[in-house]
Design a binder for this molecule. Structure first.
Ligand code: C2E
Ligand code: CA
Ligand code: CA
Ligand code: CA
Length: 280
């Protein structure tokens, strides 16, 4: 069966489960979204504990569909990865974020975010010459390499092939490397020895329960010990409450990100960000 979509036909296979069919439809629309300004980036502050001052930002992509309204990245990023569209989409995201970062440097000086983090998916990292593309974007935008952080998941690095080589080449440019959602994939601590990581993002699932003591708190504490010993910057993700922030600070964490401090916001709002909460 076929369904008609805005002047073009979208192949629809009834055997596909709902989610897969949805993803195919989404992927078809995403192709045109890239050309027609439907995508934009929001930036979520990464703050310092205990005061909540701005340290950096993470770029998070948003899609405003003309008929369907806002579509979250949780739906369209997987579709883009399966179809390979993540490669041009990711290239656009990288360039847009670097352009904005360079603008902040120029306009805000010392008050500019010290790092601008861009999520890079496994598929992008596997693409030959990705590190060269990062270099080209830095040159085009004039952004100093040390201001950019490329954020990858453990699974992306384990993807095998050339992913680790690309990552090393990116690190050699002076770009920072962050390991996202740490502890949720098939993590191996060995990855920390082979991968040129600078930052470790401690996953929200551990942060959620950090105030209850027990295993999550032990893991959160142990990850910080590893980070300190290896000179990695530990960032606690998904901090939603003052209690979590206080506990993270007590454990020795110095960087956090989450709704307790700020939601993802438009680039223009970043200059006006002021801490509303401290962790004490
Ligand atoms: P992620 O990289 O782990 O990003 C963090 C997600 O958690 C974001 O969701 C953010 O809005 C959300 N978040 C931040 N603080 C809190 C909190 O305190 N509580 C809760 N409940 N959520 C919080 P978002 O923007 O919907 O993105 C979801 C995922 O989509 C991202 O997870 C990332 O894997 C992917 N994604 C988003 N933007 C991009 C992108 O530009 N490129 C790629 N490759 N993936 C992206
Ligand atoms: Ca991320
Ligand atoms: Ca994350
Ligand atoms: Ca996540």
């Amino acid at each position: 069966a076929k369904s008609q979509g805005k002047g073009r036909q979208v192949v629809y296979d009834e055997r596909m489960d709902h989610r897969t069919a949805e993803q195919s439809r989404v992927a078809a629309d995403l192709r045109s979204a890239l050309d027609t300004d439907q995508l934009h980036l929001l930036y979520q502050p990464i703050v310092m504990l205990p005061g909540g001052e701005l340290f950096g930002v993470e770029a998070l992509v948003r899609w405003m569909h003309p008929e369907r309204g806002p579509i979250g990245p949780g739906l369209f990023i997987p579709a883009a990865e399966r179809t390979g569209l993540i490669v041009p989409l990711g290239a656009w995201i990288l360039e847009e974020a670097c352009r904005q970062a360079a603008r902040w440097q120029h306009e805000l000086g010392d008050a500019a975010p010290r790092t601008v983090t861009v999520n890079v998916s496994a598929r992008q990292l596997r693409e030959a010459g990705f590190a060269g593309e990062v270099d080209a974007v830095l040159r085009r935008t004039g952004l100093p390499a040390h201001v950019l952080t490329v954020e990858v998941t453990e699974t992306a690095v384990f993807d095998g092939g050339t992913a680790l080589d690309e990552l090393k080449a990116i690190a050699a440019l002076g770009v920072k490397i962050a390991l996202d959602d740490f502890g949720t994939g098939h993590s191996s601590l060995g990855l920390l020895r082979t991968c040129p990581a600078d930052i470790l993002k401690v996953d929200k699932s551990f942060v959620d329960d950090v105030t209850e003591g027990g295993e999550p708190a032990v893991i959160v504490a142990a990850l910080l010990t590893i980070c300190d010993g290896m000179r990695l910057r530990a960032v606690a993700e998904g901090v939603e409450t003052a209690e979590q922030a206080a506990e993270l600070h007590r454990l020795g964490y110095r960087y956090a990100q989450g709704y307790h401090y700020a939601r993802p916001m438009a680039a223009e709002a970043i200059a006006a960000y002021r801490p509303a909460h401290s962790a004490q």
